[in-house]
Design a protein around this ligand. Structure first.
Ligand SMILES: C[S@@+](CC[C@H](N)C(=O)[O-])C[C@H]1O[C@@H](n2cnc3c(N)ncnc32)[C@H](O)[C@@H]1O
Length: 300
């Protein structure tokens, strides 16, 4: 979908551990450029190291210029514009990386006990514990319903408010236990843990994940013809999402790219991992890839 060419600029909105970037780097070559962005400073450093290491290995003279930008990808189009960088390829691989979810200290997983934090960006002021212990019952129910699609959002919110009166909810294990106590027996035959939706909802709320995605999509919709544009004519933009709320936003925005005449959709339906890939990497099961190709410099 990205179809990389020698000398092009690849912008990775979610560098993570640099998996995608290290694959693209040799294809853009020494005359190309790799821009790595991530809210997580630790991951950004690892991604840059991985790309440079890959470039200095076999055929080390093929290492492109590497630019790192720490921050939310909502701000990235502006940051690129300020640096005079135009992207030929953009990838956003949303959500969290395996090393983040597997680190109990981040509080992202209901399987591992840890502080109820969930911030991917250490500079954010509010943690999941701040939301769970500080929001009104109505606000909590709204987050659980809108971001978790939790059918029993009202009941879960009420129970959280009761439980926090006994003592503040400060760990992932306590949150999971409270949510499960409300939902066990109510979730039907589903295989997924009843706490899954509430954890997703809080993570999305803490990190304003949908707001960031909307900002990025709005910047794509501005097209390529404007002055200071961050996208070059013919740029390819691909987004991998992991739940329906994100995928819906991406699908709609990409359809609008086409209806406004600023580009064309490359994926009529989302590309998903095939069975062997899903077996080898269970976390790929919910991944959906969509892509667009922007029009020329005058749009259309
Ligand atoms: C699924 S991982 C990306 C993995 C990467 N594609 C790779 O190949 O290693 C998602 C990464 O995006 C980062 N991230 C999530 N939301 C972000 C945002 N709004 N802005 C910038 N980075 C974000 C996370 O910190 C995490 O490192």
């Amino acid at each position: 979908m990205l179809s990389p060419h020698e000398g092009e600029t690849y912008v990775d909105c979610t560098a993570g551990l640099g998996g995608h970037a290290t694959l693209i780097a040799p294809l853009v070559g020494a005359s190309g450029r790799i821009v790595l962005n991530d809210v997580d400073d630790g991951n950004l450093g690892k991604a840059a190291e991985a790309v440079r290491r890959a470039g200095s290995g076999v055929g080390g003279d093929r290492c492109p210029e590497v630019v790192t930008i720490r921050g939310n990808f909502a701000e990235l189009p502006r940051a690129l514009g300020e640096r005079g960088i135009r992207a030929d390829m953009v990838l956003a691989d949303l959500g969290f990386s395996s090393n983040q979810v597997d680190d109990p200290a981040r509080g992202l997983s209901f399987r591992l006990d840890g502080p109820l934090d969930m911030r991917l960006d250490a500079s954010l002021k509010l943690s999941a514990a701040d939301l769970v212990n500080g929001l009104s019952e109505g606000e909590l129910a709204r987050i659980l319903r809108d971001y978790g699609e939790e059918r029993h959002a009202g009941l879960v919110a009420r129970k959280l408010v009761q439980a926090r009166k006994e003592s503040p909810i400060l760990t992932t294990a306590r949150l999971a236990e409270v949510v499960r106590s409300v939902l066990s027996g109510r979730s039907g035959p589903s295989q997924i843990d009843p706490a899954t939706r509430s954890f997703q909802a809080l993570r999305i709320g803490v990190n304003d994940e949908l707001g960031s995605l909307e900002a990025l999509l709005a910047a794509v919709l501005r097209g390529v013809g404007t002055s200071g544009s961050w996208l070059s004519g013919g740029a390819r933009v691909a987004i991998i999402s992991f739940h329906s709320l994100e995928d819906r936003l991406v699908k709609r925005a990409f359809e609008e790219v086409e209806s406004r005449g600023v580009g064309g959709v490359l994926t009529r339906s989302p590309v998903m991992a095939d069975e062997p890939e899903q077996r080898a990497n269970p976390r790929s099961r919910s991944a959906k890839l969509r892509a667009v190709r922007m029009g020329g410099a005058l749009g259309g």
